[in-house]
Design a protein around this ligand. Structure first.
Ligand code: HEM
Length: 390
């Protein structure tokens, strides 16, 4: 297997990781990424196979589990009870409790709310240059997930702060300071939710938190720690990636001078998600010896699945480095696949369809006023800001 070298914090790579992916993919389905000390799957077929192969999973194999440093305890406790980090049977139990809230019918019912929200935000755009990421791309997903879960929208600044601090733990640029800030955020987020859950026990509403509280009170389906971790996961995952899918998409459209109104919105959203996804890497552990793509994985081996590389595989998409909203839709890997396939995919797609339609209908002359830059936060791939004028 070919070894590849690429620092994930090198500025050129952070701004445009795709040439590296193309180079790596030309070597085969799997490469050894020296800087991560991991095998990486770079072709579409390898990423798809590994996402779906049940001999691989996210949960750390028992013999590799470590208790972790004391200073990280609040963050580790949330992780330990998160469905994203679990495999069956724990994963099946936790996921079943949230999937009902994300059925296509339940999500379609949110359509008018998301539309009103998008238009209200646009009503408040200034005439002078402003950051669209902050004023629009962030607000639509964060307010929507607050409403779906049943958490006060006024909490959104705190939720954003806690969420950014907690997900920074997955970034290549992580330091001891990142860890301390993440631990404090996890502690404060947990404390807020514990109080809020107590308050909501006697105030049932038609929202997800009411259903999760009922499952916890039932005793067998959800522990208190799992209830808190599930709310945190939904609040964090419910906006981080959607914010940057919107940001990356608007940036691409404005830079290429494309009028999104000229295209069918479903194809446009899929192409945005394929072309420049917000999350580029997820990892899996092998649970037994497995031979795949000419390599023998041993139990405990970790493999990185490069979603951003899979989405530009020329054996699946012709001229993959070209943005083309008229392509036939082929399932991209941006929402993952298999057991951990994104619970929020239908919601994220709906938010993107509605928000982009409203934005370009209402602001047909939208233009960039500064060159957008990506944050140095690999494996997250999102902009620092998106300065525009209406
Ligand atoms: C465009 C936006 C989004 C993208 C690109 C995205 C991407 C992903 C990916 C790639 C995974 C799988 C990770 C893995 O396999 O290791 C995932 C899982 C997940 N996502 Fe999303 N997501 C988005 C929006 C959302 C939203 C809006 C929500 C919630 C409302 C959400 C909730 C979740 C949850 C709960 C999981 C864990 C599922 C499990 O482990 O079974 N995501 N997402």
């Amino acid at each position: 297997m070919k070894t590849v070298f690429q620092s994930p914090v090198e500025p050129g790579f952070v701004q445009d990781p795709y040439p590296f992916y193309d180079k790596a993919r030309a070597y085969g389905d799997l490469v050894y990424w020296e800087d991560y000390n991991k095998i990486a799957a770079v072709s579409h077929r390898a990423v798809q196979v590994l996402l779906k192969d049940r001999r691989f999973g996210r949960e750390v194999p028992a013999e590799l589990q470590r208790s972790g440093p004391a200073h990280l305890a609040p963050w580790l406790n949330v992780e330990a009870h998160s469905l994203l980090e679990a495999e069956p049977p724990r994963h099946t139990r936790l996921r079943a409790l949230v999937t009902r809230a994300f059925t296509s019918r339940a999500i379609s019912a949110l359509e008018p709310t998301i539309r009103d929200l998008s238009h209200n935000l646009i009503d408040n755009f200034p005439d002078t240059p402003f950051d669209l990421l902050d004023a629009f791309c962030t607000q639509v997903p964060v307010i929507t997930i607050c409403r779906l879960l049943g958490v006060p929208e006024e909490m959104s600044p705190d939720l954003l702060r806690w969420s950014h601090a907690m997900v920074a733990m997955y970034q290549a640029s992580r330091t001891r300071e990142t860890e301390d800030i993440a631990a404090t955020a996890a502690r404060d987020f947990t404390a807020f939710l514990s109080d809020y859950i107590e308050q909501r026990r006697t105030d049932p509403q038609d929202d997800l938190i009411t259903r999760l509280i009922a499952a916890e009170e039932d005793g067998e389906k959800l522990s208190h720690d799992e209830l808190v971790a599930t709310c945190i996961l939904l609040l964090n995952a419910g906006h981080e990636a959607t914010v940057h899918s919107l940001g990356n998409g608007v940036k691409t459209l404005l830079q290429l001078g494309l009028d999104p109104r000229a295209h069918a919105i479903d194809g446009l959203v899929e192409e945005i998600l394929r072309y420049d996804p917000p999350l580029h890497m997820f990892t899996r552990y092998a649970y037994q010896e497995v031979e795949l793509f000419g390599h023998t994985f041993k139990r405990g081996d970790e493999v990185a699945l490069l979603l951003g590389a899979a989405n530009r595989d020329p054996s699946v998409w012709a001229e993959p480095n070209r943005f083309d909203a008229t392509r036939p839709i082929v399932t991209n890997t941006s929402f993952g696949g298999g057991l951990h396939f994104c619970v929020g995919a239908p919601l994220a797609r709906l938010e993107m369809r509605i928000a982009l339609t409203a934005l370009f209908d209402r602001c047909p002359n939208l233009r960039l006023t500064a060159q957008p830059e990506y944050s140095n936060t690999y494996h997250f791939h999102g902009l620092t800001r998106l300065m525009v004028q209406v």
